[in-house]
Design a protein around this ligand. Structure first.
Ligand code: OOB
Length: 550
């Protein structure tokens, strides 16, 4: 009954062995900084500097610190206890940043859901994190999260607290939270888990990534140096703020770390972002490739002055060299490629790198202590420059997911390397070129979709005998999803199956872009083949038939 009781809750633990902890501290990577500590220091040093701009809201560092304190103390006054996990599903508004710092100040643990997530994903995350609270926007991008909150509360008795940014209706609004900041706990242990980030997930639903103050702030501080972030930077969050990329590479945390300004864009398209760039003199932004291309296309004829923009970062999915060239030409600013993962490792091209590196690679790791292995299918290192599986460990890459022994056995080696699932080529100097993925997921414009998860939703339909979901190269999205379906009984239409998946309460980006009905699978296969091989066969056969490029 007391599944949310502190005693029954699985402890959150940092996932590095003692010897490496000692090494990372001795090397000065882990410095004992904490997220609340960093904001306090900036608020003391530059109280009147603007910190966050979101819509009409403009908060100075002092105001952000105070507002976060009210939120944190208000949550404790409502009965939350330090260590409680709080699922946060907020749009790109000033409240996103105030709420997460409010949680940090109160010793509460944010668990980041994406605004696109729906009942299935949010309830999974609530369960997996053993969260007892949910904080969401009232409405964002046309969706009403209060309705979702009601559904979650009805289905999840452990969900005791719902708070809403904006008009809360029957729920408490974030703005109304208040409490005595003297009740806030002291700053947390720098090596404790600060929040849970979600994995892109190649098998089934998202896994939870426990990141500590020390490890995350190392990656942020080092990113700032690589990306030349300083107090005069104006950093725009255009992708969902809950993504690791706009959060910490260098992201809004990098900007706050530097005492700079964060501008949150309510949408990633040129229509919303361009006027904001001109108004706020934005200097740096991170985008996924399709958006970067859209911006590059729109910029030359835009009425808005984009000349303040110095660095355009592109990551989350592969930017091919021709596209990289179009981004540079269209925007006339510096391009930086970013190849990262919420589990840790982030690679950047450096601002002074030669053009062929910037256009043709996905950068090199942040840290001299990021260990990178490129292995063949048998686990042996490939010859230099050959393509292989990327494995990594280091001072800001986790050694295990939270509460997930099955995934941990698959995703980490015994000596603590994370199997990224990416296939890469390593060039001299450590630069990586991403050549694809070994895993069964679709990288749809930077949004990661698990084939298995969508197959499970399709199989739940009575007219689906079997289903296999694969990625198809797409000129705009990079990859799109295609579901091969063997129907039974009264055959459904493609539109009906898409509506069915949508109706299962999942993010819209997971609905198959394409549904292809086939009479059978694996006609060439003898005996039993793996799902992975089956998906590869279906994909290759389909591409051959349609004559599409691979
Ligand atoms: C970022 O993080 P996630 O966790 O959403 O996704 C990680 C995966 C990588 O394993 C890789 O498959 C893919 O996304 N990816 C890229 C890429 N950046 C990420 N594939 C090719 N080229 C790139 N530049 O996506 C993320 C986290 C921090 C910074 C940037 C991206």
């Amino acid at each position: 009954m007391h599944s949310n009781d502190a005693h029954a809750r699985l402890p959150l633990a940092q996932t590095w062995p003692a010897a490496r902890v000692a090494r990372y501290r001795a090397a000065g990577y882990w410095r004992g900084e904490t997220l609340p500590g960093l904001l306090r220091a900036r608020a003391e040093a530059h109280p009147d500097d603007l910190a966050v701009i979101g819509g009409e809201v403009r908060l100075t560092y002092a105001q952000l610190w105070q507002y976060a304190g009210r939120i944190g103390a208000g949550l404790l006054a409502r009965g939350l206890r330090p260590g409680d996990r709080v699922v946060v599903q907020l749009g790109n508004t000033a409240d996103f940043i105030a709420v997460v710092f409010g949680l940090f100040r109160a010793g509460l643990i944010p668990v980041y859901a994406l605004p696109a997530h729906r009942f299935t994903e949010v309830s999974h995350v609530l369960d997996k994190a053993q969260a007892n609270a949910y904080i969401a926007s009232a409405q964002y991008e046309g969706f009403d999260y209060r309705t979702l909150a009601r559904e979650l509360q009805a289905a999840r008795p452990a969900l005791q607290h719902v708070l809403i940014s904006g008009d809360g209706e029957e729920f408490t609004s974030v703005a109304s939270l208040d409490g005595d900041t003297a009740t806030l706990p002291p700053d947390p242990d720098p090596q404790s888990v600060a929040f849970l980030q979600l994995s892109g997930g190649s098998t089934g639903l998202s896994k939870l990534i426990p990141r500590t103050h020390d490890d995350y702030l190392y990656s942020v501080r080092a990113s700032n140096e690589i990306c030349a972030i300083n107090r005069s930077t104006v950093y725009m969050v255009a992708l969902p703020a809950a993504h690791n990329f706009p959060m910490s590479s260098p992201g809004f945390l990098g900007a706050l770390y530097a005492g700079a300004r964060v501008v949150l864009s309510a949408g990633p398209g040129p229509d919303v972002a361009f006027p904001l760039i001109a108004r706020e003199q934005v200097t740096c932004v991170g985008l996924v490739p399709p958006l970067a291309l859209l911006w590059a296309q729109a910029a030359p004829t835009s009425a808005h002055d984009l000349s303040s923009l110095k660095v355009m970062q592109v990551g989350g999915a592969k930017l091919v060299p021709e596209a990289a060239r179009r981004v540079v030409d269209g925007l006339g600013c510096q391009l930086q490629q970013v190849f990262g993962m919420a589990e840790g490792l982030v690679n950047y091209t450096r601002l002074h790198d030669a053009e062929d590196i910037v256009l043709g690679t996905q950068g090199r790791p942040i840290s001299p202590d990021d260990e990178v292995l490129v292995l063949d299918d048998h686990g042996h290192p490939v010859a230099p420059g050959e393509v292989g599986h990327l494995l990594t460990r280091g001072p800001y890459t986790i050694g295990a997911y939270h509460n997930d022994p099955g995934a941990n056995a698959r995703s980490f080696t015994e000596d603590g390397f994370y199997r990224t699932g990416d296939r890469v080529q390593q060039l001299p100097g450590g630069y990586l070129v991403v050549q694809g993925r070994a895993g069964d997921h679709i990288n749809r414009a930077g949004e990661k979709i698990s084939a298995e998860e969508i197959e499970d939703h399709l199989l739940a339909h009575s007219a689906v005998f079997d289903a296999a979901v694969v990625s198809i190269p797409d000129p705009y999205l990079g990859e799109r999803s295609c579901a091969f379906v063997i129907a039974q009984g009264e055959a459904p239409t493609a539109a009906q199956l898409k509506a069915w998946v949508r109706g299962r309460g999942v993010a819209a980006f997971k609905v198959p872009d394409q549904v292809v009905f086939v009479p059978a699978f694996g006609t060439t296969a003898v005996g039993k083949i793996s799902r992975r091989e089956l998906r590869a066969q279906l994909r290759d056969h389909h591409l051959q038939q349609t004559g599409e490029p691979r």
